[in-house]
Design a protein around this ligand. Structure first.
Ligand code: 0A1
Ligand code: ZN
Length: 877
């Protein structure tokens, strides 16, 4: 484990490497605890570089067994596990360096570099894992053509895969065999991959737009091939979509995906050989929920889309991570929107952004979409880089319009194919095609914090005035902010629900339904507006900001029923719900009786039953803001127990007020037909299960959920029923029976058991801590497997407000101990889990104090990884 060296990396310190490695030949001889890697590197001096600089290659925990420089064995060198330095280099511009290293894949629990998962050898090299395999210029701007030879015993590893196209294979005697792969596309080391093992295969093929045949393979544990069918279908749809929407064709003869069960993230876009967390490949209706299906579709697409945005055009340095990630998330969002319902997808995206990115931007871990400094790059695979990064690309499209955006993307691919680029390169193509100056817009990449717009409307004699003030709150190391370019999509709605026109506008540029806010304050005047309009603002969530507008409840109710923009319509009702939850919270804290406006319950009932709306939309609309959403909107001095009481109060109120119609709807939505994971089927199940959640709060609810649990023929309905029982009827005979039954049925399927862990870890109340402690001893749990750890500890800390934030601080102390333990083996995992503390300063004082103590206990420990220390120290700063 690497502990802190105190080193900070800064964007302004970037300089190109002195050397290049145009060719890399690897021979990997696999053995569980003694794999040898022979790297034959063709090294060149960078043209125009310094005279004779030393060659300094990166390593991480490496053991050098042999070194040869231009056929000279043992040339003068200095090798440590972290570095290989050669001072005396041949005078020629190009020379060959041969290095042999020895690795212990079985001992690799950090899951970076070469490791074994369930007996399968696999690699993870992004961002800096290649240096755990061989010494290299392990940085994304060093592109190399790879030729890889893998040797392994046939019995243990009949399958030998790497990047590119297969070029040779054969037997070696003694039961060993080999395969060779050649990837003609120069790539950075982080995209290298190797897989070897005994796996089943689901095969297919795809004919590209220019008529080339591509062989597709998805590799999974034997016997699970059928569970990869949905992923394969999603892959083919992604390939077609990228051709149709972005004109991008696949560029190798094969495209392989391998599912492994131990993986730190979702998946990895290695060239021609994507490696996936099996959670995002394996699915059928009995093992996966509708959310799982949607995630699989999105992540398969995301990794595939990286082939152009990430692989063909990569990042110059890791500060530019958003160049590939934000853009690729934008592309996968658009793909899912086209495959499913655009309006519903947008609402779901915004909910995720608010749940994950807003707290980051509003807390101690805030950083710009393109950070300027880091201690540990692994800690910057964040919602800000990914999700806000995607929002920035979306705003660019809003500002330029669809056609200009596409022209810019075309130029990007044409101009930068084969290069390692920066955000400046990306913005420049759009400036060049449009002739616009995007320098103010570029602040979205460089300035952290969630901008806020305060809007004061007034109407008089045909003129609507909007006074708009923008502010960006101070964030760590950025106290003063500049005014941003915020594209605010809007509509003016008349009393008949139709859009109102205006004759003239002054005070800011307004184009195609978008106000371009560029200054700290604007006074906009719309003339010729026939009546006082109802304002629909930030339509489609055109900018990732917070809005403060005083809107009357009647206006919100009107918008919730009439806005033609599905996001704004959803937002209107969500604002009503949030407002009444916050008032209820204040009542709980002030010890006064809870009261809810009856209009809210009526409106919920009306939306739920409105057959003109998609079921998936209705489900989202009547889902109450989560406890974390409410906490975020309250902002400070948070008491999670009071939030829980308030939320439960509103839920009960809506349920009681709509008992009959909800029961009727629940019956109507029963799905008797064959299962389909498509958006329509998923939408119906979503609505029915939200309604179940309400009905479960009324008398007979446990029986209703118990009946659904017994009758369920798919995982979505099964976990919805189990969740309802375990959360709303904890300890009841129905809940106990269902939990036992689920474990008996799914005990052998770890991904299904994750749902069982998750549900119990998120059961509200203080006792959850004891439950989690006990479940850590369950045979299906493993503290080394990231999926298990996230299912139990991740959902407990991130999804159980009353359990994790119990007032005595016991859960914080427990969690800190768990983090220190996990950190010994997997620093990336411990660091990511530790972000659960990121909003600790917004808690009420007693909990704040306990959370600080827990963080301090980690900071004070001596053997903490650089990853975990970085998160903890930034959280405490
Ligand atoms: N590039 C991947 C994300 C990823 C990052 C790091 C990993 O290992 C620690 C794995 C995957 C993506 O965006 O999908
Ligand atoms: Zn990605």
């Amino acid at each position: 484990m690497r502990t802190d060296t105190g080193q900070v990396f800064r964007l302004e310190d970037y300089r190109p490497s002195d050397y290049l490695i145009p060719q890399t030949r690897l021979t990997v001889r696999l053995a569980p605890d003694a794999t040898t890697v022979v790297a034959e590197l063709t090294i060149e001096r960078r043209p125009g570089g310094d005279a004779a600089p030393p060659l300094v290659l990166d390593g991480d925990g490496l053991k050098l067994k042999r070194i040869e420089l231009e056929s000279v064995a043992q040339p003068a060198h200095e090798a440590t596990p972290e570095r290989l330095v050669l001072n005396d280099l041949p005078a020629t511009d190009r020379f060959t360096l041969i290095l042999e290293t020895e690795l212990d894949p079985d001992d690799n629990k950090a899951l970076m570099g070469l490791y074994r998962s369930n007996g399968v050898y696999c690699t993870q090299c992004e961002p800096e894992g290649f240096r755990r395999i061989t010494y290299f210029l392990d940085r994304p701007d060093v592109l190399s053509v790879y030729h890889v030879r893998i040797e392994a015993p046939h019995a243990a590893a009949p399958l030998l895969l790497s990047n590119g196209n297969p070029v040779a294979s054969g037997e070696l005697g003694n039961g060993w065999h080999f395969a060779e792969w050649h990837d003609p596309h120069p790539k950075p080391s982080y995209l290298f991959a190797l897989v070897a093992g005994d796996l089943g295969r689901l095969g297919d093929s795809f004919t590209t737009m220019s008529g080339r045949e591509v062989e597709l393979g998805i590799y999974v544990e034997h016997g699970k091939e059928k569970l990869a069918a949905y992923a394969m279908d999603a892959l083919k749809r992604s390939m077609t979509w990228d051709e149709e929407v972005f004109g991008r064709e696949y560029d190798l003869d094969v495209f392989n995906i391998v599912a492994v069960s131990d993986f730190n993230m979702g998946a990895m876009e290695n060239k021609g050989l994507n490696i996936f967390n099996d959670k995002y490949v394996l699915a059928d209706e009995t093992t996966a929920t509708d959310t799982d299906f949607a995630n699989i579709e999105a992540i398969i697409a995301h990794e595939y889309f990286h082939n152009w945005t990430g692989n063909r055009i990569t990042c110059r340095d890791w500060f530019q991570l958003c160049l590939k990630e934000g853009l690729t998330v934008y592309r996968d969002h658009e793909f899912s929107a086209d495959q499913r319902s655009r309006g519903v997808k947008r609402i779901a995206e915004v909910r995720t952004l608010r749940a994950l990115q807003f707290p980051e931007d509003q807390g101690p871990l805030a950083h710009p979409v393109r950070p300027r400094r880091y201690r540990e790059i692994n800690n910057f695979y964040t919602a800000t880089v990914y999700e806000k990064g995607s929002e920035v690309v979306r705003m660019l499209r809003t500002i330029l319009g669809a056609a200009m955006f596409r022209a810019g993307m075309d130029l990007y691919f044409e101009r930068h194919d084969g290069q390692a680029c920066t955000i400046e390169d990306f913005l420049k193509v759009f400036e060049d095609v449009s002739g616009r100056d995007l320098s103010q817009f570029g602040l979205w990449y460089n300035q952290s914090g969630t901008p806020n717009l305060t809007i004061k409307p007034s109407y008089e004699a045909g003129t609507l005035t909007l006074e708009i003030e923008q502010s960006v709150p101070p964030t760590p190391s950025e106290s003063r902010k500049r005014a941003m370019h915020i594209p605010l999509a809007f509509g003016l709605i008349g009393s008949d629900g139709k859009e109102l026109e205006w004759t003239e506008v002054e005070g800011a540029s307004v184009e195609d339904g978008v106000i371009h806010v560029r200054k700290r304050s604007h006074k906009l005047r719309f003339h010729g507006v026939a009546e006082r309009p109802i304002l629909s603002l930030n339509r489609g969530f055109s900018a990732p900001i917070t809005l403060a507008v005083e809107q009357k409840p009647e206006d919100l109710i009107f918008l919730a029923g009439h806005d033609s923009d599905p996001f704004a319509r959803w937002q209107a009702f969500n604002t009503l719900l949030t407002d009444s939850l916050i008032s209820a919270y204040r009542c709980v804290r002030g010890d006064t009786r809870l009261r809810f406006p009856s209009q809210i319950a009526q409106l919920a009932g009306r939306i739920a039953a409105d057959a003109s709306l998609e079921p998936a939309y209705r489900a989202l609309a009547i889902t109450l803001p989560s406890e974390t959403d409410i906490a975020r909107d309250i902002g400070k001095d948070i008491d999670p127990d009071a939030i829980f009481v308030a939320r439960r109060g509103l839920s009960d109120f809506i349920a009681r007020s709509n008992h009959e119609p909800f029961a009727e709807l629940y019956r109507e939505l029963r799905d008797d037909g064959p299962f389909s994971p498509d958006a329509a089927g998923a939408g119906r199940r979503a609505l029915r299960n939200v309604v179940l959640g309400y009905l479960a709060r009324i008398e007979g609810g446990a029986d209703l959920a118990g009946t659904q649990f017994s009758a369920a023929t798919n995982m979505t309905d099964l976990v919805a029923a189990l969740g309802t029982l375990a959360h709303d009827h904890a300890g009841s005979p129905q809940a106990e029976a269902a939990l036992a039954d689920f474990a008996a049925r799914h005990g052998a399927m770890p991904l299904a058991m994750d749902k069982w862990f998750q549900i119990q870890a998120t059961a509200p109340g203080e006792q959850a801590l004891d439950t989690v402690r006990a479940l850590m001893r369950h045979p299906a749990f493993s503290a080394d497997n990231p999926n298990r750890v996230r299912a139990l500890l991740g959902t407990f800390s991130g999804g159980n407000q009353t359990g994790f934030h119990r007032a005595d601080g016991a859960a914080y102390a427990f969690f800190a101990e768990m983090l220190k333990d996990i950190d010994q083996r997997n620093p990336q995992l411990s660091a990511r889990l530790a972000t659960a503390f990121r909003s600790w300063r917004s808690l009420e004082p007693v909990r704040q104090q306990k959370a600080r103590q827990a963080l301090a206990s980690i900071a004070g420990a001596s053997d903490v990884s650089v990853d975990l220390r970085d998160i903890v120290e930034r959280s405490l700063a």
